[in-house]
Design a protein. Structure first.
Length: 395
């Protein structure tokens, strides 16, 4: 294996959901890829993240034969509830306003199914690759990495960076062409998983002391989050402290229905909005968190990773199948239109539902006014449901 050189059509950096889904979809069209992942498979599959799938993401999983377990064990949902301190609830009713349901199903399970599908189909996924580097992106691209006992090279037609926010790929877009837009929030989400039945609806709670969220993975597994200062550490939060803080954010009758128990996972995620443009340069394309991050309010990050990979797989299939590069040439612009629309929704929902440390009474009045209008106006309700269920893919 020392000094081994491999050849493929598309070298995908990062074996998260974006990279694995792209590899799976390309294989279905006879396009060869190699996935290069820094972590062990067990590490990748041990991450607990997203849980809410847009209608379009569910359709993609079904179309590519990845939905059997989701359709058996996932929970179809008609929308998401908002509860608000001393105000009425609102249900973002995606079925009523758009005719489309959403799905509660974990990113962890999707990624497990993707690894199983690539193994079954003989896909090449190289884990524990260290020191991944990209070369000659404008000419004859290749990727090098270290994997015991020596260095490896993958030569390819295209490189796709699906290596998440901290991965190296984005750094290869020339800095004079790259524009980064960022907003960092002064709080994070402390999340726990608990083996107890969930509340009937996914529920966002606004309270002047902060945001909380009740979600779920299946009939027996619940996921809860609370807003915490970005400086807090997991060790600061015993289970008892977490439950006390959570309960205080929900109206009493709802809090009484939350079944508490020992956490089986507990972690803090910082909140960030980030977009890097362009999403393509030379033979390098970026997809998913490698190019953009949304705060989790709205549950859009994984769904954006899927829409990027849909646009990019369509482009690569047209390139190899018909010699047509129209979609490759327009990938960055097409993907970014959807990314910015979703950044906007995620930012608006984050602003609406969180308590910001430095806000003044004017900010608070604006927030109340925005929520009051949502309660009163069916037009506003329909607009929110349209964005929340997932924007349609462009032709
Ligand atoms: P990932 O999942 O970060 O995968 C990137 C992969 O690249 C690998 N990598 C490298 N590989 C090779 N060489 C290197 N040098 C590398 N550096 C990194 C990493 O090991 C990893 O395996 O990115 P991807 O595939 O773009 O997927 C994006 C999603 O993971 C992310 O957007 C979502 O999890 C965001 N998110 C949610 N999205 C939703 O759509 N719905 C939700 O309900 C939702 N909830 C969430 C979330 C994210 C959260 N956190 C923890 C940030 C809830 C939370 C709490
Ligand atoms: C989750 O179930 O993990 C979840 C649900 C809704 C969000 C974010 C995360 O907005």
């Amino acid at each position: 294996m020392v000094g081994q050189t491999l050849r493929t059509q598309v070298c995908i950096i990062g074996g998260g959901p974006a990279g694995m889904f792209l590899s799976h979809v390309l294989a279905a069209s006879g396009i060869d890829s190699i996935v290069v992942e820094r972590q062990t498979k067990a590490h990748v599959l041990g991450r607990i993240r997203a849980g809410v799938l847009e209608h379009g993401t569910v359709a993609l999983l079904r179309e590519y034969g990845l939905a059997e377990r989701m359709d058996r064990e996932g929970m179809v949902k008609k929308g998401t509830r908002i509860v608000w301190h001393e105000k009425d609830d609102h249900f973002i009713d995606t079925v009523r306003w758009t005719g489309k349901p959403m799905m509660n199903w974990g990113q962890t399970q999707i990624t497990e199914d993707l690894y199983a599908a690539r193994e079954r189909d003989g896909g090449v996924v190289i884990c524990e690759a260290e020191n991944v580097r990209l070369h000659d992106i404008a000419g004859a691209p290749s990727v090098t990495f270290d994997l015991a006992p020596g260095p490896h090279t993958v030569s390819c037609d295209f490189i796709v960076g699906c290596d998440g926010f901290h991965g190296p790929s984005r750094g290869y877009v020339p800095s004079d062409l790259q524009r980064n837009y960022e907003r960092v929030y002064p709080f994070g989400w402390l999340g726990i998983m608990v083996e107890r039945p969930p509340l009937p609806d996914i529920t966002y709670a606004y309270h002047p002391d902060g945001f909380a969220l009740a979600s779920r993975r299946n009939e027996r597994l619940s996921r809860y989050y609370i807003q915490v200062p970005v400086t807090d550490r997991v060790e600061d939060w015993s289970d008892d402290r977490f439950w006390d803080a959570l309960m205080q954010k929900f109206p009493e009758p709802m809090a009484a229905k939350i079944e508490t128990g020992p956490s089986v996972e507990k972690s803090i995620a910082p909140l960030r909005s980030f977009v890097s443009e362009p999403m393509a340069w030379g033979k390098l394309f970026l997809a998913g968190d490698a190019a953009h991050i949304v705060p989790p309010t709205g549950a859009k990050g994984l769904n954006l990773a899927f829409s990027d990979t849909f646009y990019l797989s369509r482009a690569l299939i047209a390139h190899y199948g018909e010699g047509d590069d129209h979609y490759l040439d327009t990938y960055s612009d097409t993907a970014l239109r959807r990314v910015w629309a979703v950044e906007s929704l995620s930012w608006r929902l984050t602003r609406l539902l969180h308590a910001f440390p430095n806000e003044d009474p004017f900010d608070q009045q604006l927030r109340q006014a925005e929520y009051d209008l949502l309660l009163r106006s069916e037009d506003v309700q329909r607009a929110l449901a349209y964005e929340y269920v997932g924007l349609p893919f462009e032709a």
